[in-house]
Design a protein around this ligand. Structure first.
Ligand SMILES: Nc1ncnc2c1ncn2[C@@H]1O[C@H](COP(=O)(O)OP(=O)(O)OP(=O)(O)O)[C@@H](O)[C@H]1O
Length: 596
């Protein structure tokens, strides 16, 4: 049987019989089915895929700005026009089989493809759809033609498809696939030839576009590098350029942190510099300028400026050894360590500090940890302003007058009413006069909006520094350390977490942050009275149900923007979509995909 020629009537009947035999676990004569098809059927069987229907999950709203989508656009459009009204559908997918675009001129074929979910947002990877032109071509890494009964799922038996992987012209890696799908009865050997030519044209367009993009980025980088003596880096999706100064002064952890900050600035479209501390303790100012080519964003040029003379390796040989994290808290991600270092430095400098962030992110925990690090023998008191009674002012004054109190944390300061705020400001103003030789260190915690509340102006004037504590979803990798840390406290080391349960915990968005993780583990420990290993079935149902992949940093920023917009628009999805400049359909899909 010719590997790429369409099946004759006899071949087709033989393939139908072979499929039936295969599904009823009878031996399949090798001449009745092509070897790559049989191999694919076996893979589908191993994955327990249903053969009687197609059951695909909706994966994600395709990004119209992927380099592949952009480069392929004119090629697909031209082919679509040439096919003028023919019942052939032109389909572009990413490297995982996620359908990015579908162009179909024929309404009947288009309806059928909708029914079998061969549509943008669904993945035709073999692991979901079984044997098919897209998934099987991607699996085999070469052109693949799948006719009628050769499809594993019965729903696809009326179709024929020819898929060809698209390889990146420079890296040679598969970046996507092109697929032509038509009715089984219309299939001809030209289908695969046409798919191959189209894949080649897209590859050529990728060469032109990626060199234009890379050239624009390189020019912007070289200009910045020539003009400034700063550490300069440039990034796009695949490329990282770095000058010698950045290479010498930033170690791997610092580089990663700089790139994470730059990605955040680029996503926000912000050119305002940010000041921060890097994991090795260097204080720097980071700014990021977006670079465009042909009106499309291609990446950014990052400037990193050292803010103190002690900057890490800038003083060669004098680099202080990296300090460990603060006592009593765990987590090694750059955002978490960065916040910890800022609070720690503030404590050592006697600088009062505002800790702002979502509920349960660990604001009080960080303030306590900084105190523990620097004055382990002294006492640190925490007052909750949300529970303040009539005697809030006098209680606070008494606490602060006590010379033994070296640190005071006032949590939820933004929940005080106007009178409470006045009292707080009055007491804090008086404290340095009353304890001139031994002033206490004071930290207040605010919700993320509190820092911008004009009512808090007088209070905030007393605090020169605000440290943002990141939500857990922005450093979810720290869950790996938080879980054993909390389990040791809650179960005295009797319980450990299985890799499968950890996998589920790492996938949650943790809207209640670390406090929610602690609560979940408390529940698990209470329900599981026996010592041993926590498995997914021990977790609350909502965590067991999470099957989404982990979100990238940009995706989690997008999810946050959608949540904020929904809150601002009282949950009205239409208005939220409008204010974000996305369609209603997109916001519905994203709400579903991000599990909002
Ligand atoms: N990195 C961490 N390591 C260990 N424990 C942590 C960490 N972060 C938070 N916790 C613990 O998580 C719980 C919640 O933290 P914390 O009370 O400090 O949050 P918060 O941001 O001050 O909350 P809220 O805004 O509700 O006042 C506490 O039990 C705290 O000890």
């Amino acid at each position: 049987m010719d590997e790429l020629a369409p099946l004759s009537g006899d071949d087709s009947r033989r393939a139908a019989k072979a499929r039936l035999r295969f599904l009823t676990a009878e031996p399949v004569p090798p001449r009745d089915v092509r070897p790559p098809i049989l191999a694919s059927w076996l893979r589908a069987r191993r994955m327990n895929l249903p053969a009687d229907r197609i059951a695909l999950p909706y994966i994600a709203d395709p990004d119209p700005d992927l380099p592949l989508t952009r480069s392929a656009r004119p090629v697909l459009q031209r082919l679509h026009e040439h096919l003028a009204g023919q019942p052939i559908s032109v389909i572009l997918t990413d490297k995982n089989g996620l359908v990015l675009r579908r162009l179909t001129a024929d309404a009947r074929l288009s309806n059928h493809l909708d029914k079998v979910h061969l549509a943008p947002g669904f993945s035709y990877a073999e692991r979901y759809a079984g044997t098919n032109g897209i998934g099987t071509a991607l699996e085999g890494g070469g052109p693949m033609h799948v006719f009628g009964h050769e499809h594993f799922a019965e729903d696809l038996e009326d179709l024929a498809c020819a898929g060809v992987p698209i390889k990146h012209p420079v890296t040679g890696k598969t970046v996507g696939a092109i697929d032509l799908t038509c009715w089984r009865k219309d299939a001809g050997s030209l289908l695969i030839a046409l798919a191959k030519t189209t894949a080649e044209q897209i590859r050529a367009a990728l060469v032109t576009d990626s060199s234009a993009r890379e050239l624009a980025l390189l020019q912007a980088y070289l200009q910045s590098n020539r003009r400034s003596g700063d550490m300069v880096l440039a990034i796009d999706e695949d490329l990282l350029l770095m000058n010698a100064k950045a290479q010498q002064n930033l170690d791997a952890a610092d580089q990663q942190a700089v790139l994470a900050y730059a990605a955040e600035l680029l996503a926000r479209g912000s050119t305002e510099p940010i000041s921060t501390e890097l994991p090795t303790g260097s204080r720097v100012r980071i700014s990021c300028r977006p670079v465009e080519a042909g009106g499309q964003p291609v990446g950014g040029v990052i400037h990193v400026v050292a803010q103190t003379v002690e900057l890490g390796k800038a003083v060669a040989g004098n680099r202080p050894p990296p300090r460990p994290g603060l006592p009593g808290v765990v987590g090694r991600s750059a955002p978490w360590l960065g916040s910890g270092r800022e609070v720690d430095n503030a404590y050592r400098a006697g600088q009062w500090v505002v800790l702002s962030g979502e509920p349960g992110v660990g604001k009080v925990a960080l303030a306590r940890a900084a105190h523990q690090q620097n004055s382990p023998a002294g006492s640190c008191h925490v007052i909750d302003a949300a529970a303040a009674g009539d005697t809030f002012g006098p209680d606070l004054a008494a606490e602060l007058a006590d010379e033994a109190v070296q640190a005071l944390v006032i949590r939820h300061a933004d929940r005080l009413d106007a009178a409470g705020l006045d009292e707080l400001v009055g007491v804090l103003y008086g404290v340095r006069e009353r304890r001139p030789s031994n002033p206490p260190w004071v930290a207040i915690t605010l919700s993320e909006d509190g820092a911008n509340d004009p009512e808090l102006g007088d209070l905030l004037a007393l605090f020169p520094l605000t440290v943002e504590v990141p939500p857990l979803r922005h450093h979810v990798e720290d869950v790996r350390e938080l879980v054993p840390f909390f389990l040791a406290q809650l179960s005295h080391g009797d319980l450990t977490c299985s890799p499968e349960a950890m996998h589920q915990l790492l996938r949650s968005a943790w809207p209640g942050n670390t406090a929610e993780l602690y609560q979940v583990l408390t529940q698990v420990v209470q329900h599981r009275r026996r010592a041993g290993t926590i498995v997914p079935a021990d977790l609350p149902a909502r965590l067991q149900a999470i099957s989404r992949r982990s979100l990238s940093q940009l995706e989690s920023l997008e999810r946050d923007a959608i949540i904020r917009s929904l809150v601002d628009n009282d949950g009205n999805k239409g208005r939220a979509a409008q204010s974000l400049g996305m369609s209603r359909a997109s916001i519905y899909r994203k709400i579903h995909a991000y599990g909002i």
